[in-house]
Write a protein that binds this ligand. Sequence first.
Ligand code: 4AD
Ligand code: MG
Length: 431
Amino acid sequence: METIRIIDAKDHVDQEVKIGVWLTDKRSSGKIAFLQLRDGTGFFQGVVVKSDVAEEVFELAKKLRQETSFYVTGVIHQDDRSHFGYEIEVSAIEVLGESEDFPITPKEHGIEFLLDHRHLWLRSRRPFAIMKIRNEIIDASYRFFKQEGFIKMDPPILTGTAPEGTTELFETDYFDNPAYLSQSGQLYMEAGAMAFGKVFSFGPTFRAEKSKTRRHLTEFWMIEPEMAFMHQEESLQVQERYVSYLVQSVLDNCQYELKLIDRDPEILEKYTHLPYPRISYDEAIELCQEGGFDIKWGDDFGSPEETYISDQFEQPVFVLDYPKQIKPFYMKEAQDRDNVYVCADLLAPEGYGEIIGGSERAVDYNQMKAEMEKEGMNLEDYDWYLDLRRYGSVPHSGFGMGLERAITWICHLDHLREAIPFPRMINRLKP
Ligand code: 4AD
Ligand code: MG
């Protein structure tokens, strides 16, 4: 007899198999017990018919408690009434680990309670589906960038500098000197692009911002591609191909998971169509003003404005060319306007707002140095970065996509905290 996993049930119809499982729920009458089972690959039902099994097996089945682990043996049958399509007719049960008073019961729980029990909550259907989709997006990212000729390069996490401004840094003691947890790998990826042409990073980044919005984590995962000999236009095309590829991959490989979280695949299908619309920052400001927002040229968009802008479009939308005062020093100045950068944010539809930030990078040594001095940056800390403009500087562009932002949108979640296994927020470091 073969030991299989639930996901492979379809290949074993009418065969007797053994599966390692946990019990999620149970219903029983005098004659039959329905065991809801999960094994990490899927959820399905075990049926124990009293008249078909030994007396002890039926008694044991009736006594099993939520999250008890056991080996179940039985024959796989087709079950057209369930999402999953198969069930197991149980003949034997071998208990491995007892479980008493599992805190997360089938009744409704508040979000704080669930987050306090995240280590156990991960076992439930909804987190299961979201984490599987997260996994698909991670996998698809590696596939995409490999196909497009990128190599993965890992920037350091302990750093001495702050690419995205100094107010959002986690400081730590590094042998009596300050070090900071990386808030972006970009500057290192620029070094990588000059060495390997097209590189991407995929790793944790940290922001100590005191934002309590549904879009902010203090620790999140970012994908940061950087491309040498590439201008912004081509970079925008990489970005939309990438996002469309992610959505298509979820549609191709996560239909079961989408069903578990009630996400309509037809809505997602629209996001695979290219190109994505583009508007300028100037147009976006006008749009917000017409929508009744108190905002003027030069202001940054907050979450409500981003939600409003993205709500006006059926697809992700690029907002181009932001004022210099609200973007970082490393961006390239527009040719015809000295007050804006050649940059873009990609805002996700359905009100989700920014999922990607990117730009063409400044290439001129003197101009960059002047910009850094103006910002009051310590040039000594960045001499290595300036070297990239000293030795064979080339046009280059890059962007960063927040993994959890993309997941939250693709899964249609309310808050980023459900898009990462163990969220880190201002008031949450446990579990
Ligand atoms: O717009 P950001 O700050 O851009 C950068 O860090 C650039 N260095 C990227 C680059 O060009 N290589 O961040 C990029 C993305 C945002 O669009 C957003 O998706 C995500 O990172 N992000 C966050 N995600 C979760 N929590 C936060 N606090 C985030 N801050 C940014
Ligand atoms: Mg940004």
